[in-house]
Design a protein around this ligand. Structure first.
Ligand code: ADE
Length: 244
């Protein structure tokens, strides 16, 4: 069972993402639960203020610590041992290996910032980590929280029906995934690569690894070092298994 509490000033943002596909199924089958909490509900003034001007001056507004921290404290009250995560563009990089690391946890509080940022005392003293989903700036952490939730949830056993499909996906072996094809054999004059129709599983596998490697070299050479380490480790594992 996976449990997410999302703290946001835009709760309606999360209305549709859980109404379709795997997330909907997971909620239905009781594998996943999601609570969305409006940070404004934890503001103590009649205008439900959540932001203020920055100390030291500068443009824009900063999210005040009091309502967010009150919301975090309320969220963790049930003592389920939560991982509290703040999303911001200056967080540590969230990638597939971070997703794998975090998929060991079962309960999460996801804090979505808006405006120019959140008072630094929130990530510093009330969160376990501050994460960025990539080197671009969003107008808030809401989209980041969804990206996080979806990529972590699908790594948890029991979430994706077909566990094997996880293994051959992009990033799981450190490389981009090989190209996939389905019927028809010829589409508007474009043929499926003949090797895939050969029925020769060894050749197909070899073609797929070559394609994976070629694609990664062309598009994401930055991934190659990490992928080599992965392959080295899995070779060492194989040798160990054989000798044992
Ligand atoms: N909020 C704004 N931009 C973000 C990003 N790139 N990652 C996470 N949270 C954000």
């Amino acid at each position: 069972m996976l449990h997410f509490k999302i703290l946001t000033i835009f709760p309606k943002y999360f209305a549709s993402p859980f109404m379709d596909g795997l997330l909907k199924q997971a909620i239905r089958s009781g594998v996943l639960s999601v609570d969305v909490q409006d940070i404004r509900d934890f503001s103590r003034d009649k205008h439900r203020t959540v932001d203020d001007t920055p100390y030291g001056g500068g443009a824009g507004m900063v999210m005040k610590p009091e309502p967010i921290v009150a919301a975090i404290k309320h969220a963790v009250e049930d003592n389920r041992s939560y991982r509290v995560i703040v999303f911001s563009p200056k967080g540590k990089k969230f990638d597939q290996s971070a997703a794998r690391r975090l998929s060991r946890h079962r309960n999460f509080v996801l804090v979505c910032g808006r405006y120019e940022g959140i008072d630094e005392r929130v990530p510093a003293f009330y969160a376990d980590e501050e994460l960025s989903i990539g080197d671009y700036v969003l107008s808030g952490g809401e989209a980041a929280a969804l990206v996080f939730l979806e990529s972590v949830a699908r790594l948890v056993p029991g979430f994706v029906g077909n566990e094997e499909s996880l293994v051959s996906e992009s990033y799981e072996n450190g490389l981009l995934e090989y190209p996939q094809y389905t019927k028809p054999k010829t589409f508007e004059g474009h043929d499926v690569p003949p090797v895939l129709l050969s029925g020769n599983h060894r050749e197909i596998e070899q073609w797929r690894s070559e394609q994976s490697l070629k694609l990664t070299e062309q598009r994401r050479p930055d991934l190659l070092d990490a992928a080599k380490k992965y392959h080295h480790n899995s070779k060492t594992m194989e040798t160990r298994e054989k000798t044992n």
